[in-house]
Design a binder for this molecule. Structure first.
Ligand SMILES: Cc1cc2nc3c(=O)[nH]c(=O)nc-3n(C[C@H](O)[C@H](O)[C@H](O)COP(=O)(O)OP(=O)(O)OC[C@H]3O[C@@H](n4cnc5c(N)ncnc54)[C@H](O)[C@@H]3O)c2cc1C
Length: 466
């Protein structure tokens, strides 16, 4: 028998549960479907566990640096990976249980556990149950891409999900992929004590960043003993006894890297291939992302797509923002849109990178008359006091309107300090507002006004590395 609801939410990632709360709060009867772990990627295999592991890695790093701060230890530091994993599991588990209990205890909400699949534009099956609603919200997220590289089927490999079960120290972890996910694991495992090699097909790490940012990131990682292999052209794998060989026909260096474990971090794909979208008539693009408009409506009236599966963002904050946009449009007569938001994210190596708005390269390409300010972290008092002076910050502003166009803070506290700039951008305030603001001493943020007082013309046609 078909059960009828006011709304169905498929997936409990970073948009579904918050939207469910809004819908049930407005008096709707909502069915929520989750096929695996409540809370999705962020809670179970993404942000929360990785940042918990990053914290353990930071502790190990600081203990090794203890004498720099005048702190004496009676012996060398060692990392107990079973306890590192247990801590990560506890933090992540609390969050997962919190999401599940929240949904199960929510008035007007019925939770179904199983794989949701469209049977028609307003019907979804879960196991033997069939549910019907005139509003359906897809929040199915994504999963790690397993690239069809030669030899991949002959070797064991890890992904961001399976590495969550690792409670031992890999002797030599070879990470294929020098993007955000790969770099966080690279530094973390190096600090735990593994040898680490990062293999990247592009000519620089974190390929979406300006060259000066990615060069500084590479220096930070190499300084800690991580080997970086760029321009890898034909990556393949084979086994030799207990070793895994990663073949990297790079421009320079050995043509193969021999490691004990391989982590694949080459990107993510949306979980839309097994959702029955064709039965509902929902259009996807050539990469499988669900096509949505500025208010996250799909090609079928009454069906919305939120979070990573719509290709409009790949972060927890973009997924959550999606839930706010849909909720505002449906319930508040407030026409919020995806295009209202400003690009913002962080890379959680240590020191972290906080980013807002355009890159320097994007500003140059836009052809605007712009100004740029730059300051190394060696000239930031707080960084000097903390003994963490790697990195730099920079900001780009429009020379005519004085609007802030973008910024990067690669340095201690960069993930937090970037928000003063981001908020000024949302306020569309001229940069002079921050330049004249009195910031707290000693902080990283206090140097943002100083940097804005030293702006120089941004030379058109000169790349960020020069
Ligand atoms: C290693 C790693 C680190 C990350 N770190 C950060 C970070 O620091 N900051 C940040 O902002 N982002 C980070 N991200 C990205 C972030 O995790 C995702 O952008 C975010 O989780 C996307 O949420 P979502 O709501 O789109 O989907 P997800 O969180 O992926 O949730 C989707 C849910 O849908 C369920 N599901 C899928 N198909 C079905 C179906 N057919 N039926 C029923 N249920 C289904 C899944 O089981 C899952 O629970 C990281 C990602 C990774 C991989």
């Amino acid at each position: 028998m078909t059960k009828t609801y006011d709304a169905i939410v498929i997936g409990t990632g970073q948009a579904g549960p918050f939207l469910t709360q809004r819908l049930t709060g407005a008096g709707m009867k909502v069915a929520v479907i989750e096929r695996k772990l409540f809370g999705g990627t962020c809670v179970n295999t993404g942000c929360i566990p990785t940042k918990t592991l990053v914290a353990s890695a930071y502790a190990a790093h600081m203990v090794r640096r203890a004498t720099d701060y005048g702190v004496a230890l009676s012996g060398p530091a060692s990392v107990d990976m079973t306890r590192v994993k247990a801590r990560k599991d506890a933090v992540s588990g609390r969050s997962r249980t919190g999401v599940e209990n929240w949904l199960r205890g929510m008035t007007n909400c019925t939770v179904y556990q199983g794989h949701g699949r469209f049977e028609s534009p307003n019907e979804v099956s879960v196991g033997s149950e069939r549910l019907r609603a005139h509003r359906i919200f897809i929040n199915v997220g994504g999963r790690a891409v397993v690239p069809q590289m030669p030899g991949i089927k002959q070797i064991p490999y890890l992904t961001n999900s399976s590495i969550m079960d690792v409670d031992f120290l890999p002797r030599h972890l070879v990470i294929v992929g020098g993007g955000y996910v790969g770099l966080e694991f690279a530094q973390m495992y190096r600090r735990f004590g593994s040898e680490v090699t990062v293999v990247e097909t592009a000519s620089h790490l974190a390929r979406h960043e300006d060259k000066d940012v990615s060069t500084a990131i590479q220096e930070i990682l190499e300084h800690e003993g991580i080997e970086v292999r760029l321009d890898a052209t034909c990556i393949g794998f084979s086994k030799r006894a207990e070793e895994i060989l990663v073949h990297v026909d790079c421009a320079a260096g050995s043509p193969e890297v021999s490691g004990s474990h391989v982590l694949l971090a080459v990107g993510r794909r949306p979980n839309t291939d097994d959702l029955g979208l064709a039965e509902a008539g929902v259009a996807v693009d050539k990469h499988g992302y669900i096509v949505v408009d500025d208010q996250l409506r799909t090609s079928v009236p009454g069906i919305w797509a939120l979070g990573d599966c719509n290709g409009k963002g790949a972060f927890t904050h973009t997924a959550f923002n999606d839930s706010e946009i849909v909720g505002a449009n449906l319930l508040d007569h407030d026409s919020r849109k995806v295009s209202d938001r400003i690009t913002a994210y962080a890379l959680y190596i240590d020191p972290p990178l906080g980013r807002a708005g355009l890159t320097e390269e994007e500003v140059r390409r836009s052809g605007r008359h712009a100004l740029i300010g730059r300051r190394p972290m060696t000239k930031v008092g707080r960084a000097i006091e903390k003994g963490e002076t790697q990195g730099f910050m920079k900001i780009m502003v429009d020379a005519q309107t004085h609007e802030i166009l973008g910024a990067a803070i690669l340095g201690t506290g960069g993930d937090e300090a970037i928000h003063s700039i981001l908020d000024a951008m949302y306020a569309r305030a001229p940069y002079t507002v921050i330049q004249r603001a009195m910031h707290i001493h000693p902080t990283v943020s206090e140097l943002v006004p100083t940097m804005l007082g030293e702006l120089q013309p941004l030379a058109v046609g000169v790349s960020a590395s020069q």
